[in-house]
Design a protein around this ligand. Sequence first.
Ligand code: PMP
Length: 319
Amino acid sequence: MRALSERFRPYEWALSTAEIARLAGIAPEQVLRFDGNTPPHPRPTSNVAAVERALARVNTYAHGGFPELLEAIADYAGVGTENIVLGAGADDLIMLVARSFAGPGDVVSVRDEPTYPVYRVSSWIAGAEVGDDDPVLTFVCRPHNPTGALVPLPDARPLAVDEAYFEYTGGKTAAGLLDDGVIVIRTFSKAFGLAGARIGYALAAVDTAAELNERQAPAPISSISAALALAGLADPPDVSETLEERDRLAAGLRGLDLEPASSWANFVYVPVAEAGALTDALLRKGLAVRGSAEGIRITPREAADDDVLLRRVAEALGR
Ligand code: PMP
């Protein structure tokens, strides 16, 4: 196998729900995950009827691709169908963009680090290095994971803007800059509640999208996932309750003398000393948050679950 950068580190998943249950000595159903940045339940559009037609033809390839889905995404995103590249989640599109623009000897810039690790992973797997010296490609995460900030758009080009959390921003997007060397990456995993279906899309200038499509796998998404995405787009999500609960959770954290960062996404980032110890203490109670060196990131669930978390955070910090 071809050697990668000496700095290469693979993506690391959090513990499984079964492992957390074992650690906490509870049943897996009692584990509450606040670490995935996904909604606590599927949307009503994710149902058996939505996939019936796709299932009846699951023995064949989707010859000719997914024109209906492209039309629906084009409408939703305000672009043409020829601006769209489909992928198995935003991750697949990040990997596609990295390998299309960068290779051995190249440098890829990742802004606002620490941030979503797959920009680094995809650049390294493409054979490139990560740095800021004359980059062939720049990644920016906007809104930013893990802080939720609407970070400035870099002037660098080509620029890949990860808008995984676009739906929570009230319309903040770089999609108006496609003809200026910008590629926007979005997903159905977050506001559309389809993380398990693995489906996302990129928006790019027509010629860039065509070249990306040529470099993409022949059949990158499943027809079942395409049907779920199409059903979701027929009734796009209203995220207002999620945002209300996020803000209620943030207020609860402030009540514990913590200072959650203001967020444009479906999570809150809370700087804390000894974030690792807090993450660990919560895990042992069956509550999973995303810990990093200097803070924890929490995805709100429903009010009752979030209240359990607030109580456990208060206990763990002795407040
Ligand atoms: N980008 C960011 C910023 C994310 O937080 C995530 C989800 N963890 C992804 C991309 C990956 O999303 P998907 O499920 O569409 O691959």
